[in-house]
Design a protein around this ligand. Sequence first.
Ligand SMILES: O=C(CO)[C@@H](O)[C@H](O)COP(=O)(O)O
Ligand SMILES: [Fe+2]
Length: 230
Amino acid sequence: MAVHTKPLKCKIGPSILNADLSQLYVESQRLLDNGADYLHLDVMDGHFVPNLSIGHPVVKCLRNKIRTAFFETHMMVSEPGKWVEPMAEAGVNQYTFHIEPVKDVIPLCRKVREAGMQVGLALKPGTGIEAVRQYIDHADMILIMTVEPGFGGQKFMGEMMPKVQWLRHNYPGLDIEVDGGVGLNTITACAEAGANMIVSGTAIINANDQKAVIASLRETVESSIHKCNV
Ligand SMILES: O=C(CO)[C@@H](O)[C@H](O)COP(=O)(O)O
Ligand SMILES: [Fe+2]
């Protein structure tokens, strides 16, 4: 059971999906050097989503090069139960899986914890918040997707913000992540709704000044957290 009582912290986790994957280590290290708090590694199986990306062998190679950074894998796969041990062995810190294809979510949360990883539960845009309510106490973080999962560079869906607001209102200490189309033009909506973990792909990867974009995303989120605390 997770107790969501820690003080909220803003964390920026760039998605490497649209980076030059032939340079995965260099690109990842650059993001960390430019201020990223963690790396959001998108794993796709071509079945749950219509795209393929990386799997645990690649994550393991990256971990061999980057020893200490926090790795989150966003598991866009039909059988998330299948990859828990390989991802734990590859050095993943947080295993975020979609609840939509999973019949028994609570045992899978336990399995992830027993493998030594934190639990993230992800919701596609069409999945209502009521689908995750019963599992929140078994998770460390809830991910509200702000695009249909599968591809980077899509348009942010502002209509997902009521889900974030509901979570923040009911769980003031919960880590809430947003992912999809998040950048300088959309961060205010995310921050004001209550998201504190920010995944941003193309907005950071394509920036001329990654450090400035990461700092600006952080400033917006931290100022919202501060307003809630005063
Ligand atoms: O999970 C996904 C897409 O399915 C994301 O992590 C995106 O890769 C983020 O990229 P941008 O939308 O920020 O470009
Ligand atoms: Fe993602």
